[in-house]
Design a binder for this molecule. Structure first.
Ligand code: Z5A
Length: 225
C-alpha cells in the first residue's frame, strides 16, 4: 500500500501550518493514517540542522553551503520519516519541501543547476503527489507573522524573515513561476481569505484530486475508519 505525499509551500505567514492542521483533521476523520511533518526538520537529525539554519549560525557558509545543509536535512527526513510513512500507506502532509530550496536558495543566487543536483540526491525520486501553494502578498504574510510574534512574545524574526520586502516579493513570484511550470503537481490557493475560506478551497481540490468520497475512503484506508 502506497500513501500520498502532499507538500505545502508559500511565503512566511501564508497559513501553511494552520491549513495542514485543518486538512489533517479532515483526513483523520475519514479514517486515514496521517503524518504531519515539516522542513527543515521532520526527523531527529534534520531538526538539529534546522536549528543551525534558522538561528543564522550557518549563514557564514553562504547560500550554497546553506543549500547543502537544507539538502542534508531533507535526505534524512525523506529516508527516516517520509518514505517509511508512505510505505505503510500514510498520508504525509509536509510543511515546505524541495520547492522552498528552489525559491529561497535560488533567490539568494545559487545556480539552479546546482540546486537540481542537490534535489536529485536528497529527494531520491520521492516527488510530492500534490503541492499546495498558498499564495498571499508578502505584506499580508509578514503582517500575520509579526502579529503572531507580538501576541505570543516568541522572539524576533528568524534568519529568512529578516530579509527586506523586495526579497519576499521576488520569492512569491518565484513560487508562482514554479507552479506555472509544474501545473500538474501544483495547486495555487488564494490565501488572503479567512482561515475557514482557505480551508474550503484546499479541501475542494484535495477531495477532487484524490477522489476522497467519504463513503469509500474507509475502504481505501484499509477499513480503519
Ligand atoms: N527554507 C529555506 O530557505 N529553504 C528550504 O529548503 C526550506 C526552508 C525547507 C522555515 O521557517 C524557513 O526556512 C523559511 C524558509 C526557509 N523561512 N522563513 N522564515 P519556518 O518553518 O519557521 O517558517 P514558515 O514555514 O515560513 O512558517 P510560518 O511563518 O509559521 O508560516 P505559515 O506556516 O505559512 O503560517 P501559519 O503559522 O499557519 O500562520 C501564521 C499566522 O497567521 C498565525 O498567527 C495564524 O493564526 C495566522 N493565520 C493563518 N491563516 C490565516 C488567515 N487565513 N487569515 C488570517 N490569519 C491567518
Amino acid at each position: 500500500m502506497q500513501g500520498r505525499f502532499i507538500t505545502f509551500e508559500g511565503g512566511e505567514g501564508a497559513g501553511k501550518s494552520t491549513q495542514i492542521a485543518r486538512l489533517r483533521e479532515k483526513l483523520v476523520t475519514l479514517g486515514l493514517d496521517v503524518v504531519v511533518t515539516r522542513e527543515p526538520g521532520g526527523s531527529p537529525g534534520a531538526e538539529k540542522i534546522r536549528e543551525m539554519l534558522l538561528s543564522g549560525d550557518a549563514k557564514d557558509l553562504g547560500p550554497r553551503g546553506e543549500a547543502m545543509l537544507f539538502a542534508a536535512a531533507r535526505a534524512d527526513h525523506v529516508d527516516t520519516t517520509i518514505v517509511p510513512a508512505l510505505k505503510r500507506g500514510a498520508w504525509v502532509l509536509c510543511d515546505r519541501f524541495a520547492d522552498s530550496t528552489r525559491v529561497y536558495q535560488g533567490e539568494a543566487g545559487v545556480d539552479p543547476k546546482y540546486l537540481d543536483l542537490l534535489e536529485l540526491a536528497a529527494v531520491a525520486g520521492n516527488t510530492p503527489d500534490m503541492t499546495v501553494l498558498i499564495d498571499v502578498p508578502a505584506d499580508i504574510g509578514l503582517g500575520r507573522v509579526s502579529r503572531r510574534s507580538a501576541e505570543t512574545g516568541n522572539g524576533g524574526p528568524d534568519r529568512f524573515e529578516i530579509d527586506d520586502a523586495e526579497v519576499h516579493q521576488r520569492r512569491r513570484r518565484m513560487f508562482l513561476d514554479l507552479a506555472n511550470k509544474e501545473a500538474d503537481r501544483f495547486v495555487v490557493i488564494d490565501g488572503t481569505g479567512s482561515a475557514d475560506d482557505v480551508e474550503d478551497l484546499i479541501w475542494n481540490v484535495v477531495r477532487d484530486r484524490f477522489d476522497l468520497d467519504a463513503a469509500d475512503v474507509s475502504a481505501k484506508a484499509g477499513g480503519n475508519g
